[in-house]
Design a protein around this ligand. Structure first.
Ligand code: GLA
Length: 673
């Protein structure tokens, strides 16, 4: 009897432990979700990204992971998980907006499943996939092709079935430890300004010589055209040139440690922005909380931090200097225009002309923002119907740059509904690809800006619709956004970077493809944080924006620059590639696995080459395909981040050792010997 009982107990125990083994469940919300990378906000543990109960098309869930596109979460399974299941969808908390996303699941870098595009109000979609043998899983939410706006996405009731005792671990494989590559500038004078500058005849001329080295420094310039003078203490050149022509000027900077000279070609003619714009933009750090005071402080910080000595010189005010339609914040609620239709600035910008004078007094330029529609993306007054008055106001205030953002224009393509701007929503992106309709509002403003008595660099922001690079120049624009809004995530930087090559042939002096702002330093309005890009990802980001000849607009709080960020933004050899006078855009000439090799031809005959590793594994190899990069013969190879020559090779038969971190870059210049 006892024997039988014992046997029964043993069998029951074995059975129950097997059942337990087979049915062990690991909930996703029990893992560390903080390592996820995502477009905005913090990963929600059993909540939406905004901290609310997870709700998809009216259905609520107690458990899950609330995130924001573009989002990625990596989980180590080591072949021990059997399946993954969840209900996915967009969270109802964004009702009234038009978000769209796609959920994707990758196992060992292969796509296992995707949801297709999901919109707000779509019922929660079940997913249940087998994970047999998979070592590493990635849960991704893409922006669904329409930008990451309002993309609050939920992995509801997400769980794994595993064998008993299995531990699943989330991770982020890219190192977080910042490291500095670039040596500090010397005390001796060095002029870092671009070698060419364009202006129109009789426009106010303003150019601040960018030079590093100990202060005090004395500046001078030989062969300045009539009408221009240089301030010997600051290096700021002002005046007006009335005659078209090319003026070959020699700049000089002198201090107690020595002196330096550099040629500057001043081209007075029709074209401006002969090198990509370099400066700062308020949006990614201040958003709607921007004010004249913050802008002034950003100008001061640009000078104080020394960034100005490396060529950074635009201070661009983005959305929210105007009055807003939503009536929530009294400081920007009010009458939007005067009787004659001239725009009124909100109470945070009491005097735009004085602000412009202050910025110009530092030798810097002032940028502003509007939309061809009645509303900007953030719901402030746009220029629709008042384009002429707006262009005149900009000129009166001393504006040097306009970012003109599609936003609500889709709502007025066929005429304003019932002649009422309030009938148009602020985000109305459709229609920009229609060439007649999509080009018209940009041409209108381009033409008006050209009629003003000052040079206003014109930047189109319509996210690349209708291949803007093909018609931006005809609209009198100098640069145009090619892609959707950037966020400080690897997914965003990667997808934007990979989308640039098609526009490259259209880049030239005075015409630049704009992949959006630099997501380094402290960014995120309302939620200020260090860029979520890892240090290697930031090196890759800056290297590629340099090789793309992209406008370089810093999006971070300039009063909170840390050593790493400052170092990243003050490497004059990297900046020189971006500002190269030839004005070519580098393109990818070779792909080896996840390694993409970008090459940009430079004016001095050299080639800038970025070996960009988009993969999660480091790349270690001996490289020899130089012919594919258009590089032949004897070459000196210079490491641009470290600012030192690293090899002399015969590229016809030699090799170059590459050792590139995951999501990192080696950025070299090749020069024939
Ligand atoms: C759009 C632009 C952003 C920013 C905001 C302001 O999203 O792409 O860069 O200007 O509008 O509302």
């Amino acid at each position: 009897m006892l024997k039988h009982q014992l046997l029964l107990i043993t069998v029951l125990f074995a059975l129950s432990s097997n059942i337990y083994k087979a049915q062990s469940v690991v909930w996703l919300d029990k893992l560390d979700l903080s390592v996820a990378t995502q477009g905005n906000g913090k990963p929600g543990v059993n909540t939406s990204v905004d901290g609310r109960k997870i709700t998809i098309a009216g259905e609520t869930f107690d458990r899950g992971f609330g995130t924001h596109a573009e989002s990625s979460l990596l989980i180590k399974l080591n072949g021990k998980a059997k399946s993954f299941s969840a209900f996915i969808g967009l969270d109802d908390e964004m009702k009234g907006q038009n978000p769209a996303v796609e959920f994707e699941i990758y196992g060992d870098n292969k796509k296992l499943w995707s949801s297709g595009i999901m919109k707000l109000g779509d019922k929660a979609k079940p997913v249940n996939i087998s994970l047999q043998g998979i070592k590493q899983l990635e849960l991704i939410v893409t922006d669904g092709g329409n930008g990451p706006y309002y993309d609050h996405a939920d992995w509801a009731d997400a769980k794994f079935e595993t064998s008993e005792g299995t531990k699943l671990i989330t991770f982020n494989p890219i190192s977080s430890i910042p490291y500095i590559l670039t040596p500090k500038p010397s005390d001796k004078p060095k002029i870092n300004s671009a070698s060419v500058y364009g202006g129109r005849p009789n426009s106010p001329f303003l150019f601040r010589v960018a030079a590093t080295g100990e202060r005090p420094m004395t500046f001078s310039a030989k062969n300045l055209p009539d009408g221009l003078t240089i301030d010997s203490k600051t290096g700021i050149i002002i005046g007006k040139v009335d005659t078209k022509g090319t003026y070959e000027v020699v700049l000089n900077a002198k201090n107690a440690k020595g002196s330096a000279s550099k040629k500057l070609k001043i081209e007075i003619g029709d074209r401006i922005a002969l090198t990509p714009t370099m400066g700062w933009n308020s949006w990614n750090c201040f958003g709607h909380e921007v004010s004249a005071d913050k802008v002034k402080r950003a100008a001061d910080a640009l000078v104080k931090s020394g960034l100005v000595n490396h060529g950074w010189n635009y201070i661009n005010i983005d959305d929210s200097w105007q009055y807003n339609r939503d009536g929530k914040d009294p400081s920007y609620t009010g009458k939007m225009r005067d009787e004659k239709g001239y725009i009124l600035t909100n109470s945070k910008f009491p005097d735009m002309k004085t602000l412009g004078d202050y910025i110009h007094g530092n030798g810097l330029k002032m940028g502003i923002y509007s939309s061809p529609g009645p509303w900007t993306c953030g719901g402030c007054a746009g220029s629709y119907g008042y384009e002429k008055q707006d262009a005149e106001s900009y000129a009166k205030w001393g504006v040097d740059y306009l970012k003109y953002d599609w936003c609500s224009y889709g709502g007025v393509l066929d005429g304003l509904p019932e002649n009422d701007p309030n009938k148009v929503s602020s985000l109305n992106f459709q229609g920009g690809g229609d060439l007649d309709k999509g080009v018209k509002p940009f041409k209108l403003m381009g033409n008006l800006l050209k009629q003003q008595s000052r040079d206003i660099v014109y930047n189109l922001c319509q996210y690349g619709m209708g291949d803007v690079w093909k018609w931006g120049d005809e609209s009198d624009a100098q640069s145009w956004r090619t892609t959707n809004d950037i966020t400080d995530t690897w997914a965003s930087v990667k997808s934007i970077a990979l989308a640039q090559d098609k526009a490259a042939p259209y880049a030239k002096p005075g015409n630049w493809n704009d992949p959006d702002m630099l997501v380094v330093g402290v960014v995120g309005w309302g939620n200020p944080h260090q860029s979520k890009l890892k240090p290697d990802e930031q090196y890759l980001h800056i290297s590629l924006w340099s090789i793309f000849s992209a406008p370089l607009l810093i999006g971070c709080d300039l009063e909170k620059l840390d050593d790493f960020t400052l170092n990243l933004l003050t490497n004059d050899e990297i900046i020189a590639v971006n500002q190269d006078a030839l004005g070519k855009q580098g393109v990818c000439l070779q792909t080896i696995g996840e390694l993409r090799i970008y090459v940009k031809e430079l004016e001095d005959g050299g080639k800038a080459v970025a070996f960009a590793n988009f993969g999660r594994e480091k790349v270690k190899m001996s490289y020899k395909d130089f012919k594919k990069l258009g590089i032949t013969g004897k070459q000196i190879v210079r490491d641009l981040w470290r600012q030192k020559d690293i090899a002399k090779i015969n590229s016809d038969k030699g090799n170059l050792a590459l050792d590139i971190p995951a999501h990192g870059v080696s950025f070299y210049k090749f020069m024939s010997k």
